[in-house]
Design a protein around this ligand. Structure first.
Ligand code: ZN
Length: 254
């Protein structure tokens, strides 16, 4: 169970897939594969065998690599919250525990972006794979669910440990930052967050993973009462849900 590492794999324009592996066994696990041809060479190079494919939601940019991976690793078990290309899958839903040879995931339902969306929580390793629900300084678009659903999904994350490392499905951080800058001018916390993000991008060319505790302080989509925007929210007399609706609608048209 120890020494589980995450390799972040760039996919398509701005998608991320994740490879979990350890240095004690050849077993590995992939989350949300979009392009199998960018994943297979990594498995080969690391001498890994793909045993598990996990899906957070049914969108094609999170699933289009599955068939290509299965061609090479037909024995891989697929865990998905909904049907997938008529394949044999293990259907997962809220409260399920997925025991792999590498780790243990708790499945949490997270409707809003899609209705089937789940997130994967590994408390021991402090991993939280959120697909398209939560982004750094933002959240996913509400395609299938309601604003209320998305709001209560995001609320669930407030109860999780600040220490969790969040791995999301897209690199949207700079755009999210620009959006917040357009709304909340001369904001000290936003300035500080921006500095950290630009540093991360310079160092790793990525802004992920990010720390859930930081997001609780700086992401108003996640925490309407975060320090960055609490004054604005109070001045406008918004309830948490109203403020979330306001932000999400503004962002949809940004
Ligand atoms: Zn999606």
């Amino acid at each position: 169970m120890k020494n589980t590492s995450v390799k972040i794999i760039n996919q398509l324009n701005d998608n991320y897939s994740y490879l979990l592996f350890s240095n004690t066994s050849p077993s590995s696990l992939v989350i949300d594969p979009a392009e199998h041809n960018k994943i297979l060479p990594i498995l080969e190079k690391k001498k890994l065998k793909l045993d598990y494919i996990l899906i957070t939601h049914h969108h094609i940019d999170h699933t289009s690599g599955v068939l290509g991976l299965l061609k090479e690793y037909p024995e891989a078990q697929i865990y998905s919250p909904s049907e997938l290309f008529s394949l044999k899958i293990k259907k997962i839903s809220d409260g399920d525990i997925i025991k792999t040879s590498l780790n243990e995931f708790q499945v949490l339902s997270a409707p809003g972006h899609t209705l089937d969306h789940i997130v994967l929580l590994d408390k021991k390793n402090r991993f939280l794979f959120v697909g398209d629900v939560l982004f750094r300084l933002g959240c996913g678009r509400v395609f299938e669910g309601s604003i209320e659903q998305m709001h209560s999904t995001l609320n669930k994350f407030l109860d999780l440990s600040d220490e969790m490392l969040v791995y999301c499905g897209h690199e949207y951080t700079l755009n999210n930052l620009k959006f917040l800058e357009s709304l909340f001018k001369q904001n000290e916390i936003l300035e500080k967050t921006k500095k950290q993000i630009l540093e991360d991008l310079k160092l790793k060319n990525k802004s992920i993973p990010f720390i859930l505790g930081d997001e609780k302080r700086s992401n108003p989509f996640l925490n309407p009462d975060c320090e960055m925007t609490s004054k604005f929210k109070k001045n406008n007399n918004y309830s948490n849900l109203e403020f979330f609706r306001y932000l999400r609608e503004k962002k949809d048209n940004f």
